[in-house]
Ligand binder design. Sequence first.
Ligand code: CP
Length: 316
Amino acid sequence: MSESSSAVARPLLPNLLAINDLDLKQIQHLLALAADFQQQTPAKSLVGKRILLLFYEASTRTRTSFEVAARRLGAETVSITASSTSIEKGESLLDTVYTLRAMAIDAIVMRHSVSGSPVLVADHVDVPVVNAGDGMHQHPTQALLDAFTIIRHKQRIAGLKIAIVGDLLHSRVARSNIELLSRLGAEVRLCAPRTLLPPAFASLAPGLILTHRLEEALDAADVVMVLRIQMERMRESFFPSEAEYVHHYSVTADRLRAARPDAIIMHPGPMIRGVEIGADVADSPQSVIREQVENGVLIRMAVLQSALLPARFSKA
Ligand code: CP
């Protein structure tokens, strides 16, 4: 095979570990492929492929939507959680992966509480690895589905004012979204108490606006993305009390009046009503939270197909 024909035969996505691993062409391809999947019934392009869903951390949306996405394309899935396997008996991550790889696995979708775990696995296996969330590091498919959802409503990302409000410090969703939305030309504003938004966040992307005042973040915003307080990643308190956090940072209908009247409200889930977001906002006509979940299936179909098929087949 010539060098040029072997290049054509490679999948578009050897792995998907972090947003900044993607070039603009790959990002545009994934968004366009997800849009194609929304328009027409997809072919069973992944018949005969077996996808391992390896989840060391709890998940409702991501694991289920990868499973639905894989099956819609005709692939078989094998689902493993830490509590159901020899991982509980102390088997190492790599030994677990080598064992499962020996059962003719074609791709690994992986979530882990330790940042960098999917990178370690990708360095040791010969199949694509898709990061479904690692520690506080990255959640690339969440950012892609969020960008897809914004484009569905606003027809673009460039020039939009996007406020990301909540526990930024512990959020892999925030880190992936900051990278992706900034690269696509949005004005990204970050808002949290000082303890949950250290100054180092300013270096994640050019042009970020950091503020500790919610009204400043929401002012004329086109998109408001709300994040949960991740108590499970905290060993100490980051604010004096939940009541105090709610008082200053909860996105309520009253506070949302500072945003544009047509602003959309997003939340990656799981969401805690009455804490980071008011129920009146979560259920308002401006909320696209359930649509994010629907779009998650389309993006994950696009990612799996692009990881498993050569680029020339990677169409809806
Ligand atoms: N958004 C998200 O990652 O949700 P899950 O933890 O339920 O997968």
